[in-house]
Design a protein around this ligand. Sequence first.
Ligand SMILES: *[C@@H]1O[C@H](CO)[C@@H](O)[C@H](O)[C@H]1NC(C)=O
Ligand SMILES: *[C@@H]1O[C@H](CO)[C@@H](O)[C@H](O)[C@H]1NC(C)=O
Length: 512
Amino acid sequence: MKLLIFAALLGLSVAQHNPHTKHGRTSIVHLFEWRWADIAAECERYLAPNGYGGVQISPPSEHIVLDHPWRAWYQRYQPIGYNLCSRSGNEKELQDMISRCNKVGVNIYVDAVINHMCGAGGGEGHHSSCGSYFNANTKDFPSVPYSNLDFNDGKCRTGSGEIENYGDPNQVRDCRLVGLLDLALEKDYVRSKTADYMNKLIDMGVAGFRVDACKHMWPGDMKAVFDRLHNLNTAWFSAGSRPFIFQEVIDLGGEAITASEYFGLGRVTEFKYGAKLGTVLRKWNGEKLSYLKNWGEGWGFMPNGSAVVFVDNHDNQRGHGAGGAAILTFWDPRLYKMATGLMLAHPYGVTRVMSSFRWERHFVNGKDQNDWMGPASYSDGSTKPVTINSDSTCGNGWVCEHRWRQIRNMAIFRNVVNGQPFSNWWDNQSNQIAFGRGNRGFIVINNDDWSLDVTLNTGLPAGTYCDVISGDKSGSRCTGKQVQVGGDGLAHFQISNTAEDPFMAVHADSKL
Ligand SMILES: *[C@@H]1O[C@H](CO)[C@@H](O)[C@H](O)[C@H]1NC(C)=O
Ligand SMILES: *[C@@H]1O[C@H](CO)[C@@H](O)[C@H](O)[C@H]1NC(C)=O
């Protein structure tokens, strides 16, 4: 009997590791700061047709509106309540987006900020995304409502009330993170308010949550919140489906709190992945692509079933968070496409593609003074829509990495090879590598300073394949390079080190 109960509990929590993506789709895209109306349209016109499985949206909860610095992107990580009314749109627009994306089989994952409210210096008034009153001085948030009884200030033992030492888990969980008012998640009342907020979204049809700042919450408190969560809405998901939970825990090693403390609750963001991949592709510290033969758990990353992986995220693409200068972003497009292509070809983890807005960087002594800048907006502070140009790129400063041919085609590659083993590895002991996924796909990368010219075993059936990096298969034609695979599975590859994109990829659906 005890064993049965244990198995049932385990089953319940392991279920929170499943992203519930549909139609064989595998990747999530983070549409950072996009408006709900734009995401709804993107699900229909682009994400579903191109096989993206889900969208991570920016926090939908009512947030502070900052004047200094003006409308910083991180204002959305400072909730003042749980009304569904944010810079991205109101509740009606949110519901419309969730329904329209679900209708075309694209899941919505909500960025949930439940560790804290706004900064202690957030002031008093109606300067919030929907004009709700709050008072950060007295810790009064009437729209929830939370009062000064609902925060951890009595529990924190540091003189400043801030986290002073990351070596002390009590400080990290009980004190303020960069001045943010730290919610007392040990209180039943706070647990019920945060769970109510998440349940409202589940009932509206979302598939799960990226949970912000998990290192700063006790896993036991989080479990108490997640145990109250409803199953997913059966209008869109099979009965008994648990919400997908992926937790932001920055663990590059060397801290008191480890990612493994959170594995029981859901998946965890693997920050080592992008930091290491950036270092390898930049060839820093003597790293080489050939060392990726045992990429994944072999590199000391978390277990495959626990990991959400990404090349960069909204924090570390602008020097926040973790990974530093090694992190590759759209600002280094050539290496970035290779890194994202490699991630999407490799079987490790649930993959998340970043989609960003451009901002004007201004480095002083290696630090970007404009790391706070939000998306392009009108003079009243409202976010400019995502416009689509005739060549399918995006306007108004939206980068739309997920629409770059090389990245979009590798997201499709991942769907085509889903479930196939990592196979037919080859390397030249330097920065030229190749690997396959069973008999469904093959990728070749040249990051050396000389060309690649080699015949490799692809594992693919004989035929002519279209390289989906240099072009697209369109009908029976290929707009890019072609690859001839012989009856023995061998194919000849030539990749110049000066090619615009020094990598090639073919898969079962790119066969001509
Ligand atoms: C790792 O997890 C991914 C995503 O769930 C899965 O597609 C893949 O098959 C797993 N790889 C291994 C080696 O188990
Ligand atoms: C790397 O690859 C090239 C050809 O693809 C080869 O000439 C070279 O010897 C290989 N090995 C090293 C260590 O560069």
